[in-house]
Design a protein around this ligand. Sequence first.
Ligand code: HEM
Length: 421
Amino acid sequence: MTDTRPAPAGSAAPECPAHRDAVHLAGLEYQQTPSELYRDLRARHGTVAPVLLDGGIPAWLVLGYTEVSYVTGHDELFARDSRRWNQWDSIPADWPLLPYVGHQPSVLFAEGEEHRRRAGVITRALAVVDQFELARDCRHLADRLIAAFAGSGQAELMGDYAHALPMRAAVRICGMPHGGADTRQLVDDLRISLDAADGDDPVAAYTRVGERIHRLVREKRERPGPDVTSRMLTHPAGLTDEEIVQDLISVIAAAQQPTANWIGNTLRLLLTDERFALNVSGGRLSVGEALNEVLWLDTPTQNFIGRWAVHDTQLGGRQIRAGDCLVLGLAAANTDPQIWPEAHVGAENSSHLSFSNGEHRCPYPAPLLADVIARTAVETLLERLPDLVLAVEPGELTWRPSIWMRGLAALPARFTPSVVA
Ligand code: HEM
């Protein structure tokens, strides 16, 4: 069911006639089954749908595989710097999407030569990460996390495991000292700033993250090591410390939520789908298949804001004005019936758009590193706790109330209590 209410009083009134019957993307009603929303939108609006973001702010949701590929492949037409937006006058200071859309001087919002320079530094620094060492580190991290709950016979795998592991792996890749108190503090502050719970202060936590990353950059200038931060500092592009701080925070934040939800969504699939349940324990092939199936069918970054039109143009039969915001409907594009005419979705290949496409796509080595982290997390858990099962009925699992990130609110599991060294 989609919400076809007109924009509420006090919200930005859409001037564009196409937005008069736009769908509100904010609201809880379709978040448990977003695929129904995408199907419905496609049937009513085609491949580019008028939508309203929080507060009734108009935008376009790009649903077609071809259209998402086109938008992301043409940054001269659809660019990344959100300061182009023609809606800034309607955006209140406390707008909930501001942390994702407000311009920051980081690689995420850079364009053209400036983007190539900064993305090039990140790409080279990540490309040198040794995947075997990363797998070994992740296995140690996984063992430590599992040891904390193995004796109890039960765990909430999202909080206790899926979110915790990639965060630790990311700060380690960046060269934070192993297991120190301030590494633990940074991990905590990153969690709070990206995913605050009741009682947390995300602004204070984000400030502490900035301070700690600044200190890390100063430390690595003095004593470089075999880590991403040091490689960014010594790259011939000569980024300033401030640029490196911004981009390191972007790398860690970009790594955390999607990888955590990739792990969680894969565990859910393995624990609920009998095609995988038959041979999960030790079944490495099945884990690989489940990871790939999740990227096609339940991808973590469902929708991504976004791109901003550089000129008036057309897309999917829609008239797009300069400065309009386009939301990349990555999940909808992956399940576009145009690419799956037989209604069979998913393939062994990785031509999905889960890592986006084009100039701003998830930088080349990152999907490989995310795969190492996620695969090691899932395999280690299944090896250590071979009789792991869900502690609730599959239908009782709930998704987080977000149209942007597809992840479970909780994943309660039980198993025979054991001691993991
Ligand atoms: C080690 C883990 C990861 C790292 C270090 C990482 C890093 C990054 C960085 C630095 C960017 C910004 C690129 C730019 O603007 O030029 C980015 C973008 C992105 N990443 Fe990742 N990422 C990771 C994992 C993932 C995962 C698991 C997913 C989803 C399955 C994902 C999906 C995306 C998407 C959709 C974008 C947006 C691209 C766009 O604007 O078109 N990333 N990532």
